[in-house]
Design a protein around this ligand. Structure first.
Ligand code: BG6
Length: 472
């Protein structure tokens, strides 16, 4: 049997993308509540004010999870529900909400897997000291995390400290697509470094308090290929790795930054200050992690990019296939289309073999158990006249990725959990409600928010029931 008997078949979400009730229950505003209300920042002005209204309908959603037989549900806690101002007085109503959610999951034999930070920083901290730019955020984050451990740690045994710190800092501080919408490489590196410190300090705080659950963070991981065997493309791949995936993974899971990347950023004059004391803490935190979390969607094909080559020119957020332009870092590398792969309508490469390739790299480099905390296909879905969604494309996508997990496990990778993105359809930060990922369709169009099981729901149910033996 490839998958162990306690393998966690799961599905994931994030507070801002599903909860709604953005001004209810004593919640304070987050940077996303503000950003999504600014004109022109999100696809067609969509926001998470209501989203899936999961805040009021979580029992209905959990009943569907139970029906499916889901083993684990990964969700995030909104910091602003616990501490509306980021620090100071806690909000009893927010704590009560997550207690009710966790208790309902456990009552239905679903393991809660909790993300502490999925991008919704309290606006108060952005206003007070520019959020992630300030070292102050590290201790404020740790205090918030400790409060969550105290409130929920008796029942929650799986903690993901950060979700995709590489994405929210690069999109927020280089690409101007996430709040605070800056373009400043030095700030990107500095804010990312602060996430590493917050992660390490939180992991240490968890272990020092004697909790016995598992803790780690989730990195958005795109394994890379060189576009050709030419030396310049191979070099481009090396530099992409050293300033990309390995920059993120080594800092979290080794407690150091890769030398080539440090050299490059130092020469460029953008390397943040990293003290010896910080390195000690990063290493200590890394050594205490119980697993590596990865969110896997696609691989990267990388080619040489001359000094006067392409820079960042935007992302396909319209869902019009083929509209993604070439992106890169001049003088370092650029992303090119991988002609051997198919692409989604949002121009994301579909590459199940890349997942296996990536898992085996992680095993070799870090030798830790792995949790796949997100994997899924964003697609247009159609509700047919007989009130069904025949999402065979999603089933195919997930089946192939589960087969890749199987192959990696057979090659020695210790995989603890596989969470699809996502359980219900939800708000995509930059792509609105049309880009759907769920097993459960939500009627956003009429506003009824009615839940409807897609074909993939029944399919995943059978995958779970057979512990991965029956992939259909
Ligand atoms: C990950 C995030 O980056 O990918 C999720 O953790 C996100 O929050 C998911 O929704 C899919 O991305 P997108 O842009 O298609 O919504």
């Amino acid at each position: 049997m490839t998958f162990s008997s306690d393998f966690l078949w799961g599905s994931a979400s994030a507070a801002y993308q599903i909860e709604g009730a953005f001004e209810e229950g004593g919640k304070g505003p987050s940077i996303w509540d503000e950003w999504a209300h600014l004109p022109g920042k999100t696809f067609e002005g969509t926001n998470g004010d209501v989203a899936c209204d999961h805040y009021h309908r979580f029992n209905e959603d959990i009943a569907l999870m139970k029906e499916m037989g889901l083993k684990t549900y990964r969700f995030s806690i909104a910091w602003t529900r616990i501490f509306p101002e980021g620090t100071g007085a806690e909000n009893a109503e927010g704590i009560a909400f997550y207690n009710a959610l966790i208790d309902a999951l456990l009552a239905n034999e679903i393991v809660p897997m909790v993300t502490l930070y999925h991008w919704d920083l309290p606006k108060a901290l952005q206003d007070r000291y520019q959020g992630w730019e300030s070292l102050e955020v590290v201790d404020d984050f740790v205090q918030y995390a400790i409060k969550c451990f105290e409130c929920f740690g008796d029942r929650v045994k799986h903690w993901i400290v950060m979700n995709e710190p590489n994405i929210f800092t690069s999109l927020g501080y280089v690409m101007k697509l996430h709040p605070p919408g800056y373009q400043d490489e030095a700030l990107f590196l500095k804010t990312f470094h602060h996430t590493v410190l917050a992660h390490a300090k939180t992991v240490i705080a968890y272990k020092e308090r004697g909790y016995t659950g598992m803790i780690g963070s989730s990195i958005a991981y795109s394994p890379s290929y060189a576009a050709s065997e030419k030396a310049e493309d191979l070099y481009a791949k090396e530099m992409f790795d050293a300033t990309g995936p390995l920059w993120y993974l080594d800092s979290y899971y080794k407690g150091t930054y890769p030398e080539k990347g440090v050299h490059y950023y130092t020469k460029k004059g953008v390397m943040p200050t990293v003290t010896d004391e910080e390195i000690q803490m990063m290493k200590k935190g890394a050594a205490l992690c119980d697993f590596i979390g990865i969110n896997y969607y696609q691989t990267a094909m990388v080619a040489h990019n001359p000094e006067d080559g392409v820079g960042f020119s935007g992302m396909n957020t319209t869902g019009k296939k083929g509209t993604q332009s070439e992106n890169g870092v001049p003088g370092l590398y650029k992303h090119v289309r991988n002609e051997s792969l198919e692409y989604t309508d949002w121009d994301w490469a579909i590459d199940p073999d890349g997942l296996r390739y990536g898992l085996e790299i992680l095993k070799e480099r870090y030798d830790l158990p792995i949790i796949i905390s997100e994997n899924g296909l964003g697609a247009y879905d159609v509700v047919t006249e007989d009130e069904a969604v025949h999402d065979d494309y999603r089933i195919r996508f997930l089946r192939q990725h589960i087969e890749a997990c199987e192959a990696a496990i057979d090659n020695g990778v210790e995989l603890l959990a596989y969470c699809t993105w996502s359980f219900t359809d939800l708000l995509s930060w930059l792509n609105g409600f049309k880009k759907r990922y769920g097993f459960v369709h939500i009627d956003f169009e009429s506003g009824s928010l009615k839940r409807l099981k897609k074909d993939s729901f029944e399919w995943y149910k059978q995958v779970i029931a057979s512990n991965g033996r029956n992939l259909g």
